[in-house]
Design a protein around this ligand. Structure first.
Ligand code: HEC
Length: 401
């Protein structure tokens, strides 16, 4: 495959990804509630519903990563082909589009309001704050105050769902219009059409099979949580470690030099094709090496648990600390306290127990207590945690036919 065909294909694919992102974004906008208290549950609702809602969210999530890659390949091949000074206007438009896409990722990251979203955004805004002179000012505008809260969410949501898409659409349309003759030529090929259809089908299949991650809801007091940036920002994260003594190098100098370099490219003396290759390969290698080092350094970090898995773990922990004493580790009702005081606690491992007891009855017993000895837990556990306990007990103790 020649660089020229890579260039064309990555342009086409990026355009398709961008369009699908807009469409799935509209779909998500229908169910999403940008408020502190409801953002997470609206996403959880989509997730639990499964089916199309869940798929739209997953598609949106995977498409954003895919667009970062395809756009990157497009820009790199644009440069290697030496088109930068010949098509300066298109180069600028493409760069602006790419920056807007990165801005979308930055703002979209917060919207699910799970642990990762909250802590990740906290770290990023912290980086913004290290920009000399303007940092705190910019961070406060983005946050809408001193802490991340409802105000931040509604600002990020507005930037993510209205401001950036409007600019993106207008600039993309101008770019497309300026290349319309070429685009018509490319699109008219049958192989492109079939390739696209196949790609879109694969993508849908992927989104159906692997749902986008969602962790526990944001918990601003859980300071032990270790957020990790998206894979495409890992290199910046690694780079930050080397300039901890002067964080502005990462937050201001590097972006400034990077932007100047990219926008200045058309005015730099024409390099030979070999030089361009060398520069492009060097950039990619630096990216790969820094990303590799971070991944290696973090290889022992515990895996991030998805919502369901994390809730299950939490329910197990709650059972261990609150219920084990009486109900025992196997749910037979033979915990140490039961034995000492010979309490009549039920045996959760009997099918007969589950046949006779409804979910509501169990939830009520945990909430309000039962009989002489079963204490109430409505102050210690939320409704969600109680439901999760029930779920965990069913999975762990109820006999399987
Ligand atoms: C101090 C001991 C004790 C602790 C702690 C305790 N239970 Fe119980 N639990 C009992 C006893 C005794 C009963 C039987 C009450 C009865 O039927 O009169 C019981 C009954 C139950 C029942 C049966 C309710 C029904 O209607 O069949 C459930 C479910 C249950 N407990 C869940 C839990 C869970 C979950 C926890 C922890 C969050 C917990 N219990 C903590 C002693 C305890």
């Amino acid at each position: 495959m020649t660089i020229k065909s890579i260039f064309k294909i990555s342009a086409g694919i990026s355009f398709i990804f961008l369009s699908l992102l807009m469409v799935t974004g509209w779909g998500l906008g229908g169910g999403y509630i940008p408020s502190d208290s409801e953002a997470f549950s609206s996403i959880l609702y989509l997730r639990n519903m499964g089916g199309v809602g869940q798929m739209i969210r997953s598609l949106h999530f995977y498409l954003s990563s895919s667009l970062i890659i395809s756009g990157f390949i497009f820009l790199i091949s644009f440069y290697i082909l030496g088109y930068v000074s010949r098509f300066t206007k298109q180069w600028y438009f493409s760069l602006i589009i790419y920056f807007l896409i990165v801005g979308s990722c930055f703002t979209g990251y917060l919207l699910p309001m799970d642990q990762n979203a909250f802590w990740g955004t906290l770290v990023r805004l912290g980086i913004v704050e290290t920009i000399p002179f303007f940092g705190t000012f910019i961070a406060n505008i983005l946050r809408g105050g001193l802490t991340i809260g409802s105000e931040t969410l509604s600002r990020f949501f507005t930037i993510h769902s209205s401001i950036i898409p409007i600019f993106l659409s207008v600039i993309s349309l101008v770019l497309i219009q300026s290349q319309w003759e070429n685009i018509k030529l490319i699109v008219s090929r049958a192989s492109i059409l079939y390739g696209t259809i196949l790609g879109v089908i694969l993508l849908y299949y992927w989104a159906f099979s692997f749902s986008a991650p969602l962790e526990l809801p944001a918990n601003p007091i859980d300071v032990e949580y270790i957020p990790r940036p998206e894979w495409y920002f890992l290199w910046l994260f690694e780079f930050g470690k080397y300039v901890e003594w002067a964080p502005w190098i990462r937050s201001a100098l590097l972006p400034l030099l990077g932007t100047l370099f990219l926008f200045g490219l058309p005015f730099i003396k024409q390099q030979s094709s070999k030089q361009r290759y060398t520069i492009a390969i060097t950039w990619c290698s630096v990216w790969l090496i820094l990303t590799g080092i971070t991944l290696y350094a973090d290889r022992n970090l515990p895996d991030k648990l998805d919502y369901e898995a994390a809730m299950f773990v939490e329910a197990k922990e709650n059972y261990q600390s609150l219920c084990y004493d009486c109900h025992g580790s196997t749910g037979k009702g033979d915990g140490p306290q039961s034995k000492t005081f010979s309490l009549e606690s039920p045996d959760f491992t009997l099918m007969a127990y589950w046949d006779q007891t409804s979910n509501d009855q169990i939830i009520k017993a945990i909430k309000d207590g039962k009989g002489e000895d079963m204490p109430d837990f409505k102050k210690k556990l939320s409704q969600q945690q109680i439901e999760e306990l029930l779920n965990m007990m069913k999975i762990s103790y109820r006999p399987k036919y």
